[in-house]
Design a protein around this ligand. Structure first.
Ligand SMILES: C[S@@+](CC[C@H](N)C(=O)[O-])C[C@H]1O[C@@H](n2cnc3c(N)ncnc32)[C@H](O)[C@@H]1O
Length: 286
């Protein structure tokens, strides 16, 4: 049975997850070590942990080759990537060109492929790669295509990320293969799993995670009690059933993908992970 507002001391909301993860790492003696995200996407929380020295190294994985290309281009071809950022106009016409690169990546070099993913993420509604541009193709919406594209700020963020490149490794595997490989290490890293939602994943991501995969993940996690992890999910009956053996907490959130309706999401911890007793405190960035 799920708890609402349990003693987990996680106030809820994606922006609060990084301080909570830091508290979780401290409580389990994993501070300053490798931190892994099998479903990394933009790895917003993991990057904050690295900047705040709460994690020593990030092992980021995503099965979507376009997302891996984005990471590899930013970290490995920073100058080319920044040139594309500076020189590319942010218009609907350009959006169509970037969309074409993203659809046929095999005809392009790494920097162009990674940049196309970045461009679509910043100009599409809710950052959904397969989605439509903010303001619509006719730009009749309330916000323009440039609404989330402040070149100067984005450049700063990319430069900052690139400075940490020796502490970030990228892989493009199926999440289960990735965690299987990590499990073979003498001391596996702490895992933060943020898989596609059961209810919405099919519409949001290129690589929807089907029922069988949700089930295999739960079976794998249950069988590997040496591995510390935390999992976030949508509040769906299937997930309550799959994780009835773990600690499930319902967290109130505001959905932002399409609607602004209120909802709850789940934070799940296995019985072998120590729940933080300290308040999650704001992170200090270097
Ligand atoms: C909810 S998002 C993660 C968001 C991420 N926490 C962030 O801060 O941006 C889920 C991610 O899982 C990836 N994904 C889907 N199926 C996968 C699979 N089988 N193995 C690994 N990654 C997968 C998607 O490409 C997507 O980037």
């Amino acid at each position: 049975m799920a708890t609402i507002f349990s003693p987990l001391r996680y106030p809820g909301g994606k922006s609060a997850i990084a301080p909570y993860l830091a508290a979780l790492l401290r409580a389990n003696n994993y501070s300053g070590r490798v931190f892994a995200e099998p479903f990394a996407g933009g790895a917003g929380a993991a990057v904050k942990l690295l900047y705040a020295a709460e994690a020593e190294h990030l092992a980021l994985n995503d099965v979507d080759q376009a997302i891996c290309d984005l990471w590899l281009a930013i970290l490995g071809e920073t100058e080319e990537f920044l040139k594309l950022l500076r020189d590319t106009p942010v218009t609907v016409e350009e959006w169509s060109k970037q969309r074409a690169i993203w659809e046929k990546p095999e005809h392009h070099e790494l920097a162009a492929r990674g940049f196309a993913t970045f461009f679509l993420n910043r100009t599409n509604r809710s950052g959904i790669l397969r989605g439509r541009p903010i303001g619509g193709l006719d730009q009749s919406g309330a916000y323009p295509i440039t609404a989330r594209y402040n070149k100067a700020n984005l450049e700063k963020r990319i430069l900052r990320l690139a400075k940490w490149k020796s502490r970030i490794s990228i892989s493009c595997l199926d999440a289960l293969d990735f965690i299987e490989a990590l499990a073979a290490l003498p001391r596996p890293p702490f895992l933060f799993l943020d898989p596609p939602y059961v209810g919405q994943g099919r519409h949001l991501y290129m690589n929807a995670f089907g029922h069988e995969q949700h089930e295999s993940l739960a079976t794998w996690l249950r069988a590997h009690s040496r591995i510390p992890w935390v999992l976030t999910y949508d509040d769906h009956p299937i997930i309550h059933e799959l994780y009835s053996w773990a600690h499930i907490t319902q967290i109130p959130i505001r959905y932002s993908a399409q609607t602004k309706r209120k909802a709850t999401e789940l934070l799940i911890l296995p019985p072998w992970v120590t729940v933080p007793t300290e308040e999650a405190r704001p992170l200090c960035y270097s």
